[in-house]
Design a protein around this ligand. Structure first.
Ligand code: NAP
Length: 273
């Protein structure tokens, strides 16, 4: 039941209509018997500052930020969490006593999802494909998890080099993924390759290390990375778990409680049908 006491939350993105977050967060509020509601708004680039200011004025308690505002939103919060600062983007904001506190729960979501699937990062060799916004959080999580070597490969090599320098990891030419697969334990697709039907695997492959795990941040699509894993009988995970866990950490930041992941998994299955 919504009333004068209802605490308000939201997601800001553009487009946002496809977002799973309103369904997810409202279900968790309901299950925890919290008098909270979560809405979605679609400000464009020019409207973002005003939208954030409005949420503050209207006494919202917090919000999520999604594509394409995760970097720009850094400018509009008062305090940025130290890890979010290193990653260079925020996806969760707490509003408390008229101040905005920005966090990044994407990297936590990825790390927790790997842990829940018993995929070990520590001392492992990891290839990250992609050097955009999502890759930043993933590389940060891999470093925080003490991966032995992180190799960033990207269609545009310059971007891989820049990102690798910033995070003090290695960059490789996308064509060299072929040779690196022989020693890789984990391959993470952080690129948008697979979002379009016609996309193909951006590298060739030869020898693959036994036990290689493939993790594709893209979910609900038959991506080239999924086909690669299937054809080579490799363990494969999509970004569904990351999506759920990043939401769970946002929920925890706002409410102090950890939500039920099983409920979220069921809900996401229905949502994606
Ligand atoms: P972004 O900043 O736009 O970066 C896109 C990256 O993909 C760039 O490195 C780009 O390479 C590369 N790329 C695009 N099309 C490609 C293709 N056909 N072949 C090879 N590389 C290609 O996007 P982002 O925010 O990092 O997001 C990347 C993907 O992760 C998206 O598909 C998004 O849906 C997914 N994602 C999932 C979650 C989750 O919770 N599961 C969270 C965040 C993001 P260039 O530099 O050469 O252009």
């Amino acid at each position: 039941m919504l009333n004068n006491e209802t605490k308000l939350f939201a997601i800001l993105g553009c487009p946002v209509k496809h977002s799973f977050s309103p369904l997810l967060q409202n279900k968790w509020f309901e299950k925890k018997h919290l008098n909270c509601a979560y809405l979605s708004f679609e400000p464009n680039d020019y409207e973002l500052e005003c939208a954030i200011e409005s949420l503050k004025e209207l006494k919202f308690n917090g919000f999520n930020i999604t594509v394409p505002h995760k970097i720009k939103a850094l400018k509009y919060v008062d305090v940025i969490d130290k890890n979010a600062k290193k990653i260079g983007s925020i996806n969760t904001v707490i509003i408390k006593e008229n101040k905005l506190y920005g966090y990044n729960t994407d990297y936590l979501g990825f790390a927790k999802d790997l842990e829940s699937k018993k995929v070990i990062i520590k001392n492992k060799n990891v290839i990250v494909v992609g050097a955009g916004g999502a890759a930043r959080g993933i590389v940060f999580a891999l470093k925080a998890g003490n991966a032995k070597n992180v190799y960033i490969a990207n269609r545009t090599l310059d971007k891989a080099i820049t990102l690798a320098k910033e995070f003090k990891v290695k960059s490789i030419n996308i064509d060299d993924v072929k040779d690196t697969l022989g020693e890789a334990d984990l391959l993470v697709n952080c690129s948008s390759c697979g979002m379009k039907k016609e996309d193909s695997l951006p590298f060739k492959f030869g020898k693959i290390k036994t036990g290689l795990v493939v993790y594709d941040l893209i979910y609900n699509k038959k991506t080239p990375f999924l086909r690669f894993a299937k054809n080579n009988k490799l363990k494969f995970f999509t970004g569904e778990g990351m999506l759920i866990w990043q939401g769970a950490y946002a929920f925890k930041l706002w409410t102090g409680k950890f939500p039920d992941i099983k409920i979220a998994e069921k809900l996401l299955k229905k949502f994606l049908k």
